[in-house]
Write a protein that binds this ligand. Structure first.
Ligand SMILES: [Zn+2]
Length: 75
């Protein structure tokens, strides 16, 4: 029994992208007002964290979408 929900992605305009390069992961808001660099020197001053052996850069969106998702993201 396949229970896939096609179309559910389309309704989400505020998505986050995980870009993984070797042991570095960048979490970047998709289609942000300003484009992000996959670098710790990005204009948004990403938060650096370590998780499961990965260095994780959490970028800050310019449209403030993480304020809505903060509670859910880390559950
Ligand atoms: Zn950024």
């Amino acid at each position: 029994m396949m229970n896939t929900r096609k179309g559910c992605m389309k309704t989400m305009s505020n998505k986050w992208i995980n870009l993984v390069y070797e042991d570095i992961c960048h979490v970047i808001p998709e289609k942000d007002i300003r484009e992000h660099e996959c670098s710790e020197e990005c204009w948004c001053s990403p938060l650096v964290d370590e998780e499961d052996g990965y260095i994780v850069y959490s970028h800050n969106s310019l449209d403030g979408r993480e304020e809505y998702e903060y509670g859910r993201k880390f559950n």
